[in-house]
Ligand binder design. Structure first.
Ligand code: CMP
Length: 168
């Protein structure tokens, strides 16, 4: 008697033995999460470091399913701050921004999550804390539009550049 041909499904299962133990809909959800996982940059700025809220900010981010992939504490030189914020060099607040960002240590970190870039921007709130939504990080920890506790990348393209700036 001839051996029965293997079913198509069996071939698929062998190709992906971990996902194959889950039902089809669950596999689809996993696949979707894996394919839209993003990395973005968050900086806990010198004002938030001085307030002793690094841990509280990370706790809130982890509670929203961000994973801290890289992290360090560093004090930016004026040249580094100028380069990081070069896009704002013509703005009237540029010089004060550099003074602020070099006034003490900051904590840049790489965060991973599904739709990390847009979800992090939502989580931190508006640049100006007076306009930030209740429960956002800037609403709770920022002092004003400059001393606004945290920075987050504003697009996937900028996220890649900003991650490389601190963690190349
Ligand atoms: P951030 O999200 O890091 O991006 C640029 C930074 O410039 C911003 O947060 C603030 O710290 C600062 N900034 C933006 N707009 C103003 C403003 N109108 N006056 C002073 N500082 C500002």
């Amino acid at each position: 008697m001839r051996e029965p041909l293997p079913k198509m499904g069996l071939t698929k299962k062998r190709a992906n033995p971990i996902l194959s133990i889950f039902k089809r809909d669950t596999r689809r959800i996993f696949t979707r999460i894996l394919t839209t996982m993003e990395r973005t940059l968050l900086i806990v700025k010198p004002d938030a470091v001085a307030q002793n809220v690094i841990g509280e900010i990370i706790r809130r981010l982890e509670a929203k399913n961000f994973r801290v992939a890289e992290l360090k504490m560093t004090r930016l030189t004026r040249e580094q701050a100028a380069e990081f914020y070069v896009v704002h060099r013509q703005r009237p607040f540029y010089n004060d921004l550099l003074n602020f960002m070099t006034s003490g240590p900051c904590v840049p970190m790489v965060l991973e999550r599904e739709n990390a870039v847009s979800f992090l921007r939502e989580t931190i709130g508006s640049t100006n804390p007076a306009e930030a939504a209740e429960g956002t990080i800037r609403k709770d920890f920022a002092t004003d539009i400059q001393n606004n506790a945290v920075h987050a990348s504003d697009s996937r393209e900028n996220a890649a550049g900003e991650v490389a700036f601190f963690f190349a």
